[in-house]
Design a protein around this ligand. Structure first.
Ligand code: ZN
Length: 365
């Protein structure tokens, strides 16, 4: 995979966007999976896809995240399987080949270094999620655990502890931890789901608790809002509460976006936008016709990246609704387009549409 190697070389990753190289790496990736994965080959052949003649990313056949749930379409068996959290009951399992791991690591480091997340100074961690437990394979938890590797840990405290065979919430204990950490001379890092942070800040507001976390403290958010959609608040409200209750400024709040089926790590820019790196493309498709939409129009988010050898997830259509904007609309200086996630497709018409795309894919297998 020489084009993949070039695409994920440090120089290319931090340099200017190179669509020719990305297209070559995508072609190479599709050809690799086609040659080594009979199910994927049948799928491509059924769609009449000719890798030699594709010239636009929008022409790539896609798999949907909903289709991948409950399927084993992996190209390689690997020692590492990433699983989605499976909020709908079904889980996606995406296999990583051994030489996928250095690429994944490089992209994660590249994204996170841009927001200054690596620090030799030890920090106290507040994990707004589960304490890692062998029985729970959810990728969101593993990602949160990886989040604690960017700065050495003095102490780690969790919102959910495994007790008596189940996860028990401990928001009260967490509040006490925060008070303790606010008196420390080391920074604090709060990691996890935005919804948990909101609950925590709300509790603090109710009790008029106002803390000033040590200088250099940060909040890292990931995992989305999907389990608590009814509790979703505007991000601005969350930033206001974080400043008011913890003394953590908006620029020290970093949001991370990643999906099991598209394991490119996106870190938001200082203006909280997810810019698309040189090794990925994002398209927005109409929820009815699935046709690509121009920038600014909301639709289903379609990701392309030749990042994995373990699974043919080079072109993935999610059931997330989003919008793509030109880089210039952000103002942070990054010229790459950025996407905004508006939410999960919940309307029955959108479900029908995604379902239709799934049935179409299934028909090819
Ligand atoms: Zn930006």
């Amino acid at each position: 995979m020489k084009y993949r190697r070039k695409l994920f070389a440090a120089k290319t990753m931090s340099g200017r966007d190179c669509p020719g190289l990305l297209a070559a790496a995508v072609k190479e990736n599709v050809a690799y999976h086609r040659a080594h994965n009979p199910a994927y080959r049948r799928l491509l052949d059924g769609m009449g896809f000719d890798a030699a003649h594709f010239d636009r990313f929008s022409q790539l056949p896609f798999l949907t995240t909903a289709f991948l749930k409950g399927q084993d379409l992996n190209t390689k068996r690997s020692f590492y399987m990433a699983q989605s959290s499976g909020t709908s009951g079904k889980k996606s399992a995406v296999s990583y080949a051994p030489d996928d791991l250095p690429v994944l690591l490089k992209t994660a480091v590249h994204a996170m270094a841009q927001r200054g997340l690596f620090s030799p100074k030890p920090v106290n961690y507040v994990m707004l999620g589960y304490r890692y437990h062998r029985g729970n394979q959810a990728q969101t938890m593993r990602t949160a655990y990886l989040g604690t590797l960017m700065a050495p840990a003095l102490r780690k405290r969790f919102a959910l502890e495994w007790r008596d065979g189940a996860y028990q919430p401990r928001l009260e204990g967490l509040l006490e931890d925060l008070v303790k950490f606010s008196r420390s001379s080391f920074p604090c890092r709060i990691l996890g789901f935005p919804s948990y942070l909101f609950f925590l800040l709300e509790r603090m507001e109710e009790r008029q608790i106002r803390l000033t976390m040590p200088a250099g403290s940060k909040i890292l958010l990931g995992g989305g809002w999907k389990q608590f959609a009814q509790e979703e608040v505007e991000k601005a409200e969350l930033y206001r509460l974080a400043r008011e209750r913890l003394g953590i400024a908006e620029e020290d709040i970093v949001e991370i976006f990643a999906a099991v089926e598209h394991p490119v790590i996106y870190c938001d820019c200082p203006r909280h936008h997810f810019h698309v790196p040189a090794y990925a493309r994002v398209m927005i498709r109409d929820v009815h016709s699935l046709k690509p939409l121009p920038m600014g129009e909301p639709g289903l988010i379609h990701f392309v990246s030749p990042i994995l050898k373990g699974s043919p997830v080079v072109s993935i259509m999610t059931d997330d609704i989003g919008v793509l904007h030109p880089g210039s609309a952000c103002g942070c200086g990054d010229p790459a387009p950025f996407f905004t996630v508006l939410g999960r497709a919940g309307l029955s018409e959108i479900k029908t549409c995604v379902q239709g795309a799934n049935e179409y894919a299934e028909g090819q297998l």
